[in-house]
Design a protein around this ligand. Structure first.
Ligand code: GDP
Ligand code: IMO
Ligand code: MG
Length: 431
């Protein structure tokens, strides 16, 4: 039986949500294992669009169990809102479909306030975070002063922890960051109400996943963000605060690495980034604008315009290496429909030296310029292509080129946002 990990292989927003929605058909359980509502995963079924920030992208499939693992950080307000939106649309009619691990950490109001105030104070050196409190929540988790879901649903334990931690947070907020201190009673009242509603979704997801695997279930692990935003392997400090590479699925879902059979990296046919940080193939002029418009490149979470650039094979090879990818899903091929020529970066130039490997040192990366290869565009509409044979020869050439320069086989091609705009070449769940 195969279990499959889906990760972003660029700087996020590659179309992970869409691919997870498609692969859920073959899976029994879908697990989010890291990140929080900094993620925005878009699913389009027919004409209906759903954007999920916390709930796994398998939730539109009735009867498939969706789990939020211990590795996730959860904002209860956003979580409950997302549940309500889904129920209104007729999904999640059975509450047992959704389980959140009691060890997942809670994003508190002070985490959001600190995230925003720090960014403001940093000025030009800001990270460009989503302002959702992700970094400060993971800091507290590692600092052993976090509040977990188990505490949230236990009012005594919750009050005790808020009383212990809030004075230090208010001191930081008020005296160092120049913000407004938060009121303890207001936090308790608001969060106790969340705890009461949320309690029915709380469980032990590690146990459920492992029991599922033992019973022969197929598990789909849903990553958020992308490999280049990984806290260790990404373009630090311009990264998110969790491990986004495939190995994180084991820790964030509470199962052994030997159960992660396939790793599928999701990548656009070009590349985008939201927030600050180096981006060797970024296009600043008309071409960048053209990709942004054709690809509707505006953030699903914050609405910020995404920075756009040509496909970066150096970065992608690095993502293949750090996540051990076994296949690639290439999305947004249709965005390149009109282009007469397409560039792809196959190496970097650093002080007149050719680099084939992504540099570890950010100071080197900042000085790298792309070495491009140029290929012909297909200049026709791919958006109604239903199978590989429907693709024009030049689109097939581009896909073959991507396989060659990344060393990883393409197993899925996406030609539009809708579920039915997908060409599957291989099923990663097959034995
Ligand atoms: P995620 O964070 O990786 O799940 O990706 P997002 O949902 O943030 O961003 C991907 C965006 O591209 C969404 O608006 C999707 O609906 C859209 N999308 C996904 N695949 C395709 C595709 O093949 N073509 C086009 N045009 N849009 C796509
Ligand atoms: P999905 O799952 C794209 C980026 C932010 C910022 C950096 C740190 O939809 O692909 P954070 O709020 O996490 O502390 O911000 O990470 N970022 C994302 N960019 N897609 C995402 O998620 C992202 N989640 C965080 O823009 O640069
Ligand atoms: Mg997104």
């Amino acid at each position: 039986m195969a279990n499959v990990v889906i990760v972003g292989s660029q700087w996020g927003d590659e179309g992970k949500g869409k691919v997870v929605d498609i692969y859920t058909e073959y899976a029994d359980q879908v697990v989010r294992f890291q990140g929080g509502n900094n993620a925005g995963h878009t699913l389009v079924v027919g004409n209906e669009k759903t954007v999920l920030h916390l709930i796994p992208s398998g939730i539109l499939h009735k009867g498939k169990q969706c789990l939020i693992g211990n590795g996730v950080v959860l904002d209860p307000q956003v979580f409950l809102q997302e549940i309500e939106n889904l129920k209104q649309k007729g999904y999640l009619q059975d509450d047992a479909q959704l389980v959140i691990d009691s060890n997942a950490h809670v994003i508190m109001p002070y985490h959001k306030a600190i995230d925003i105030a720090r960014e403001q104070k940093s000025g030009a050196r800001k990270i460009g975070t989503t302002g959702r409190g992700i970094g400060p929540t993971y800091e507290d988790k590692i600092g052993r002063r976090g509040i977990r879901i188990a505490d949230l649903v236990n009012p005594e334990s919750f009050a005790c922890k808020v009383r212990e931690f809030l004075p230090e947070k208010n001191f930081l907020l008020e005296k160092y960051l120049g913000g407004t201190p938060l009121d303890e009673a207001a936090i308790l009242e608001e969060y106790n109400a969340y705890g009461r509603i949320l309690a029915k979704y709380v469980g032990n997801t590690s146990l459920l996943v492992n029991q599922g695997i033992a019973a022969g279930n197929k598990v789909l692990f849903e990553g958020a963000q992308g490999c280049l935003l990984d806290i260790d392997h990404g373009t630090y400090p311009y990264v998110t605060s969790s491990s986004t590479v495939a190995g994180s699925a084991s820790i964030g879902a509470g199962t052994g690495p030997r159960f992660l059979d396939q790793v599928i990296g999701i990548s656009k046919a070009y590349i985008t980034r939201v927030g600050e940080g180096p981006f060797p193939t970024e296009l600043h002029g008309d071409m960048g604008q053209r990709l942004r418009e054709a690809g509707n490149e505006f953030g699903s979470t914050t609405g910020r315009p995404r920075r756009c650039g040509w496909f970066d094979a150096v970065a992608l090879r690095y993502a293949v290496r750090t996540s051990g990818m076994t296949g690639l899903a290439i999305t947004k091929m249709d965005v390149l429909n009109d282009l007469a020529t397409i560039k792809l970066c196959t190496a970097y130039d650093y002080q007149r030296q050719r680099l084939d490997e992504f540099p570890n040192d950010l100071e080197i990366l900042k000085q790298c310029t792309p070495v491009y290869e140029e290929v012909d565009g297909w200049q026709s509409d791919l958006s109604e292509a239903k199978c590989y044979e429907d693709l024009p020869e030049k689109a097939k050439d581009y896909l073959r080129k991507l396989e060659e320069v990344t060393g990883c086989p393409v197993i899925l091609i996406s030609v539009g946002p809708r579920r039915d705009q997908t060409i599957q070449l291989e099923n990663p769940f097959k034995d």
